[in-house]
Design a protein around this ligand. Structure first.
Ligand SMILES: [Zn+2]
Length: 337
């Protein structure tokens, strides 16, 4: 079994020794991908950090949450897998039907090329979705690094999102990510011009290494409708810095499951980052010589959060907010509109 949960004795030991006393009673994972049957082209698999999977539905998630966080009350914000080759409509329909807003909450994949204002408006009006999940790939540029935020989120879409006070889970584009001045300017413009919309910068703007985050949250931190999630952040220095400059009520726990259940770690080397995994994966350096025993990206993230929290001297209130209350308050405020 590729999933690194407490089903494996080695992870149960980490849970008991390092995490059980630290992780609060209630957990809301704000960043989960769901891939139900029939979304991928027939016969295709998705590479979960090098482990091919045929799908990942809400039943898989429920089972994994129980095994990742034994004894905890868990919830999740879920969205499909943004790939222009996949059937986004089917992915969205499954989540709309199955996430009824008690335990699992849905975001709608948004494709600026394939979507229409009428379809987006109808889906947000239905109340089945908290908001949308755009993605750089949906812009369909030959050079993915040339994509800009307004191309992922055209005006007509943001007008609808704003009208419904809905949420945008934003995976920012461009090579320099959070450190990119154009990204920063466009995030500020977006948040300021669409004040009812809530923008979540996934992965703290994809700042997985220290130089990417240092000095780059100054323009974003004061924006009252901008949040960050911590998905796949395994770097305690990045977190320690972010916890020092961001409003604590706008930091959301998230993992990027199912990816985060795979064995591996994001590591910083010489002002860059890569993933290290036990098996080959297109985004990683892999441990061909089997030198290491791995745990999940999710547990590495929990360890990094713990280290950052301890260094900053942050208390249980901060943790309850981070792991659950901040996200739930955001969900409730969106649902209330
Ligand atoms: Zn993701």
């Amino acid at each position: 079994m590729w999933r690194e949960t407490t089903k494996h004795e080695r992870n149960l030991r980490i849970w008991r020794e390092e995490l059980e006393s630290f992780v609060p009673e209630k957990i809301l994972d704000f960043h989960v991908h769901i891939l139900n049957a029939g979304v991928m082209p027939p016969g295709e698999t998705f590479s979960c950090a090098g482990h091919p999977i045929a799908g990942y539905d809400l039943d898989d998630l429920a089972a994994d949450l129980a095994e990742l966080y034994p004894g905890r009350e868990t919830r999740a914000v879920c969205f499909g897998l943004p790939d222009p080759r996949y059937d986004a409509g089917r992915n969205n329909a499954y989540l709309a039907e199955r996430c009824r807003g008690a335990r699992f909450f849905a975001l709608r994949l948004f494709d600026p090329v394939g979507d229409t204002p009428a379809a987006l408006e109808a889906d947000l009006r239905s109340g089945a979705f908290l908001g949308i999940k755009p993605y750089p790939d949906y812009v369909r540029k030959a050079d993915i690094n040339a994509v800009e935020i307004p191309e992922m989120l055209p005006d007509w879409a943001m007008e609808i999102v704003d009208a419904y006070g809905a949420l945008v889970m934003l995976h920012i584009p461009r090579k320099a990510r959070l450190a990119d001045p154009l990204n920063q300017r466009q995030i500020v413009e977006l948040a300021a011009s669409r004040r009812r919309a809530r923008i979540v910068l996934a992965h703290i703007g994809r700042a997985y290494y220290l130089k990417c985050v240092l000095g780059n949250l100054g323009a974003i931190a004061p924006l009252p409708n901008v949040y960050v999630d911590l998905a796949m952040l395994n770097n305690s220095e990045v977190l320690e810095y972010a916890f020092g400059v961001l409003d604590p009520s706008r930091i959301l726990f998230g993992t990027d499951a199912p990816l985060a259940l795979a064995p591996g770690k994001a590591v910083e080397i010489n002002d860059q980052y890569t993933y290290v995994t036990p098996v080959p994966w297109k985004l990683s350096i892999s441990d061909e010589r089997r030198k290491l025993v791995f745990t999940s990206f999710a547990y590495e993230e929990l360890r990094a959060i713990r280290k950052a929290v301890e260094r900053r001297g942050l208390g249980r209130d901060f943790l309850r907010g981070l792991f659950y209350e901040n996200g739930l308050r955001l969900i409730e405020s969106v649902a209330a509109r």
